[in-house]
Design a protein around this ligand. Structure first.
Ligand SMILES: *[C@@H]1O[C@H](CO)[C@@H](O)[C@H](O)[C@H]1NC(C)=O
Length: 251
């Protein structure tokens, strides 16, 4: 990864930033407030912090899809700071691309990870439509990824940064490992409270856990964003939907 830390003021920030897409660290720093934080008085302009500044990392557990020891991605959704959704049409009509499968093939390492960790539950032939939907509805609403926020934007860099960041967050908040650390493993049933507490004690914030009937469906982790690209977990603003025991099936 090419690196440009010069504009960042502390080593601590540089070491966090090192895990994230380089182009994001290279821009905006000189015109943004120190420690710009989304949804706060230091948020700065739309290139400094996402204006829809409450972002939700949504991971799902779908039998038959993805590695048997990994949750897979549903999305990374920028909500308004009060927790509202941004709308079905996304935020930028000029970047409503229709062919995310071929766009993502332009970045082979990313594409590889997309196929592994972001499969459509409708099957591989639907992957392109799934990714197109996630980009159009949600990706275009991450204001810091707008082309004008880059110092030298190259085509689809915004798309690669959006999906790349989401996959890095998935890896960092690896729910399978987090749960395993609390002896919660596929093939068992666990109280909703134990399940949620295991995630909360590892991540440090309250997640939202969703179920379909008694089966585990999704885990939502909420974030504010610091300095354009550092995701800071915050408590869920929504309630979990599981009650009683959660069935965590093997896959
Ligand atoms: C591919 O995507 C990754 C993840 O966002 C990014 O770090 C990398 O720079 C991209 N590579 C190219 C050639 O655009």
């Amino acid at each position: 990864m090419k690196v440009s830390f010069i504009s960042l003021s502390t080593l601590a920030i540089a070491s966090i930033a090192s895990a994230l897409p380089t182009s994001l660290t290279a821009r905006a720093a000189d015109s943004c407030p120190a420690n710009a934080l989304s949804c706060s008085s230091t948020a700065g302009g739309s290139c400094c912090s996402p204006t829809n500044g409450l972002l939700i990392l949504v991971q799902q557990w779908v039998q038959g899809f993805g590695p048997s020891t990994s949750f897979t991605m549903h999305g990374l959704w920028p909500d308004t700071c009060s927790g509202g959704q941004t709308g079905n049409n996304g935020c930028d009509p000029s970047r409503q691309y229709t062919n995310l499968d071929s766009i993502l093939q332009g970045n082979s390492s990313l594409y590889n990870d997309m196929e592994t960790y972001w499969p459509s539950y409708k099957g591989a032939s639907n992957n392109g439509d799934f990714w197109t939907h996630e980009w159009g509805k949600h990706g275009t609403c991450v204001s810091t990824l707008a082309p004008q926020c880059y110092t030298s934007y190259t085509k689809y860099e915004d798309v690669y940064d959006y999906f790349g960041t989401a996959l890095e967050l998935r890896q960092k908040y690896d729910l399978y490992s987090i749960l395993k650390g609390a002896n919660i493993t596929p093939g068992g049933s666990y109280s909703a409270n134990d399940f949620e507490s295991a995630i909360q004690s590892s991540v440090g914030v309250k997640p939202k856990v969703t179920c379909s009937g008694s089966d585990l469906e999704e885990v939502w982790i909420y974030f504010n964003v610091k300095n354009t690209n550092q995701y800071v977990p915050v408590d869920s603003v929504d309630s979990s939907t599981c009650s009683g025991d959660i069935n965590y099936p093997t896959k």
